[in-house]
Design a protein around this ligand. Structure first.
Ligand code: DHB
Length: 394
């Protein structure tokens, strides 16, 4: 009898020990596979809110289509609104994400001054910083942890300068928003256009905050230039286009050209017929004719009714792709190892082929010439030529 009790106790104890051991295993495995925390800092409110909405929607779509685990690690997206105008706010949020949330990667960055502000945080914390929107060329030089998946202004501007010089545009009036990407666009256009024989008759810069385009557009009209070259950041195109039409520049025969930010797909439907005939160069159009893009646009519009995906959205979508692929290569990689894994990565995006140049950590991609045309009653940027493998300097 005593023996039976002992053997029973032994079996129970063994059972308990067995359960405990089994119980410990998943906890141990869970502790190993720490989540991939992505701290997405974006303007979700204010004048540049469309950039934040487009990018956050695209990042969420990427997770939906590719699963919320990568290399056995759960993917957590933490989205924070920086309001788009205060670099100190972006910097503080980046610091909080690094210190409190312990993010694996910082991402987003809607405007250049905000990316500049966060760069030292990435360097100090040794956390990769994926720049999805801001387009000033020198941004990746601000930290060895920066990798860009959007575009640069010289990259998107040089092709339109080449096109203009070859298409009977001899005298251009230039208007750019007065901050780093505007100055990049102004410089890239003038360099390429003048070396091709064109002349910039006047250059004006409009304020980033509360711009009034009317007086500048009147000056442009009075100049009787062949074309108005424009760079305004995403979110501003509608106001500029309204003034362009109201002041009668189009009727006066002046062409509107530039990098494609001014005819951003997010706003193009609201611009309506006023935008027809605008010719720009850009890395992405929602009308890009490829199976990858057709599926992307359909999925974005299904998940976000009424929102046509714009060029910033693909910066977000491809940024997520870059993060997933880097984690697959370096499942438990340090910040440095993840950045190394990102260098040289190549893939086919909804925009077309792209790669991360290992030397500059910047994007190399196809830039398309497009003209706004009405298709089925809606304006679209219809691509008609392409420049392949354009680097960050244009
Ligand atoms: C930047 C922001 C934009 O929305 C854009 O279209 C181009 C450049 C920027 O701040 O870098």
């Amino acid at each position: 009898m005593k023996q039976r009790i002992d053997s029973h106790r032994r079996r129970v104890l063994q059972g308990v020990a067995g359960t405990a051991a089994l119980g410990a295993l998943p906890r141990f495995a869970f502790a190993q596979a720490a989540p991939v925390k992505i701290g997405l800092i974006l303007p979700m409110t204010g004048p540049f809110a469309s950039t934040g909405k487009q990018i956050s929607a695209a990042c969420k779509l990427y997770i939906e289509r590719n699963g919320d685990t990568v290399a056995g690690r759960k993917v957590e997206l933490i989205v924070k609104d920086d309001g788009g105008l205060q670099p100190e706010t972006t910097k503080r949020i980046a610091q909080e994400m690094v210190v409190q949330d312990k993010v694996t990667i910082l991402a987003g960055f809607g405007l250049t001054p905000l990316a500049f502000a966060a760069a030292p945080v990435a360097t100090e914390a040794k956390v990769p910083m994926v720049v999805m929107a801001a387009g000033t060329q020198i941004i990746p030089q601000r930290s060895p942890f920066i990798v860009r998946t959007g575009f640069t202004l010289p990259q998107n501007t040089a092709p339109i300068a080449t096109w203009a010089a070859k298409n009977k545009i001899k005298r251009v009036f230039s208007l750019v928003t007065d901050y780093a990407p505007g100055l990049d666009a102004e410089k890239a256009f003038q360099a390429r256009f003048s070396s091709a024989g064109g002349t910039t008759v006047e250059s004006v810069r409009t304020p980033l905050r509360n711009p009034d385009y009317a007086p500048f557009l009147q000056r442009a009209k009075d100049s009787k230039a062949d074309a108005l070259f424009v760079f305004v950041p995403s979110g501003e195109g509608l106001a500029l286009m309204k003034q362009f039409e109201e002041r009668g520049l189009k009727q006066a025969g002046m062409k509107l050209i530039g990098p494609g930010d001014v005819v951003d797909d997010d706003l193009l439907e609201s611009m309506g017929a006023a935008a027809v005939g605008v010719i720009t160069s850009m890395h992405y159009s929602a009308a890009h004719d490829s199976p990858e893009n057709k599926a992307y646009v359909a999925a974005m519009m299904k998940a976000n009714p009424g929102m046509r995906p714009n060029f910033h959205s693909v910066g977000g979508y491809d940024g997520m792709h870059l993060i997933y692929e880097a984690v697959k290569k370096q499942p438990n990689g340090s910040g440095e190892q993840l950045v190394e894994a990102m260098k040289g990565m190549k893939w086919v995006s909804p925009r077309g082929p792209m790669m991360i140049d290992p030397a500059t950590r910047d994007v190399v991609q196809t830039v398309y010439l497009r003209e706004v045309k009405m298709v089925n009653g809606q304006p679209w940027n219809i691509e008609f030529a392409r420049f392949e493998n354009v680097g960050p300097a244009g």
